[in-house]
Design a protein around this ligand. Structure first.
Ligand code: ADP
Ligand code: MG
Length: 404
């Protein structure tokens, strides 16, 4: 059976006009002889009546438990799915809508950010065999007690990839409102350019560090399962971005587009806080600090350890607990709030001298302070103030001529 999975994001299903475009993309694939599995997100973004944010606005989150919140949130994708199915039927095709549970998506119990443990695709396969276009409500699954769970923001991307894996597809199409993965967020950097081919590790770095065009976990699962991802714009005919493994083909294609350019993409993530703690090992403070962080399940990042000082960052959500640990533990510490982690990604930077110097100079020239930095084989991270985030993105995009 020739199966294709197509995922359509919130803006793609937000209005009847956009859904008509989606409909055409689906029917084109049916005409090419594919059995089509469509994964949909909730309609639109903040402000749209049935979007995830609008559903959240209906309730007081503090007063409800995560189970009920997931029950509510799962409705957004079901509404999208049923709406789209009525349009498909109007066109004379058979369509069947499946919730996460009916699509066989089994997760753990972590309401609000559940992990997919297993997928049983038999229901989808039977529905396809019956001649249906199968529409799956994205972003949701079911735990071992039959309770509805959701997969976290952007989770429909995960739905699409786990279904692609279970259905043995070698490609999954992700349709969104931009022309693909771009050198920077095009809503901030006007002359950002589509990156035609990317390897998994580059996209993962961009996605993990703020470029929300694809969920990092979806990239990870695609890599493990050797599924190539195509990210395209629902509203244009652009070829989009193909994400696959870094083989000779990838290197050749990359060279064709970017020649020897060092940076592929830049992005940022706000809501970081830099913590500096003085540690005295006569008093076992390093060990105590690490234990406190572990017990409280705080995720620390950009970690620089010196003998008498430990520097790292925490997300806003962990700041109250982190501050409490530092106060209660009588540590000597400093906190810089409102920071932003800027990430510059490109597999080519490995072993190339001077990349960091160029970044530092460009930012300093524009009075943007770097509070901390770190690097890996394909990424350089700089911690800057949140207020400088957009400017820094534009400056580096120009400096490295990423628009070319
Ligand atoms: P969808 O609802 O289709 O899943 P998302 O809002 O999750 O769409 O992701 C698309 C958005 O990602 C774009 O509108 C864009 O503003 C943002 N974005 C951030 N960084 C990038 C990037 N490097 N390339 C493309 N889009 C990006
Ligand atoms: Mg998304």
């Amino acid at each position: 059976m020739k199966i294709i999975v197509q995922k359509f994001g919130g803006t793609s299903v937000s209005s009847s006009e956009s859904r008509r475009i989606v409909l055409k993309k689906i029917i084109d694939k049916v005409k090419e002889g594919y059995h089509v599995v469509v994964v949909v997100s909730a309609m639109g973004r903040k402000g749209s009546p049935y979007s995830t944010d609008s559903l959240l606005d209906l309730i007081n989150k503090e007063a409800l438990n995560p189970r009920e919140i997931d029950l509510l949130l799962s409705c957004g994708e079901i509404i999208s799915g049923v709406t789209l199915s009525s349009m498909i039927r109007e066109k004379g095709y058979k369509a069947k809508v499946l919730t996460g549970r009916l699509a066989g998506i089994k997760t753990n119990d972590n309401f609000g950010n559940a992990e997919v443990l297993d997928v049983d695709p038999s229901n989808i396969i039977n529905s396809l065999k019956d001649g249906n276009i199968v529409i799956v409500a994205g972003f949701q699954g079911v735990n071992s007690n039959g309770e509805i769970t959701t997969l976290g923001r952007g989770g429909s991307d995960i739905t699409a990839v786990v279904l692609g894996k279970a259905l043995h597809c070698n490609q999954v199409e992700i349709f969104t409102d931009v022309d693909g993965v771009m050198t920077a967020d095009p809503n901030i950097v006007e002359n950002a350019k589509v990156i035609k081919t990317m390897c998994y590790s580059e996209v993962y770095q961009l996605a993990e560090n703020g470029a929300k065009v694809i969920h990092p976990k979806a990239v990870e699962i695609a890599q493990q399962s050797n599924i190539s991802l195509v990210i395209k714009n629902t509203f244009t005919d652009s070829e989009g971005t193909i994400i696959e493994k870094a083989d000779t083909n990838f290197y050749n294609n990359r060279k064709k587009q970017f020649n020897d350019k060092i940076l592929t993409g830049i992005t940022f993530k706000k809501g970081r806080n830099q913590i500096k703690v003085k540690t005295d090992d006569e008093k076992n403070e390093t060990e105590r600090l690490m234990n406190d962080i572990t017990i409280n399940k705080i995720n620390i990042d950009l970690i620089n350890f010196f003998i008498d000082e430990k520097i790292f960052t925490v997300e806003d959500k962990d700041l109250p607990v982190m501050t409490n640990i530092l106060k209660e533990g009588n540590y000597k510490y400093d906190i810089i709030k409102n920071c932003c982690k800027l990430s510059a990604v490109g597999y080519k930077m490995h072993g190339v001298p001077g990349v960091m110097a160029k970044i530092v100079n460009a930012l300093w020239k524009n009075n943007i302070k770097i509070l901390q930095s770190s690097d890996s084989h394909n990424t350089i991270w700089c911690l800057i103030y949140e207020k400088d985030a957009e400017a820094a993105l534009k400056i580096l995009h120009e400096e490295f001529e990423m628009y070319k």
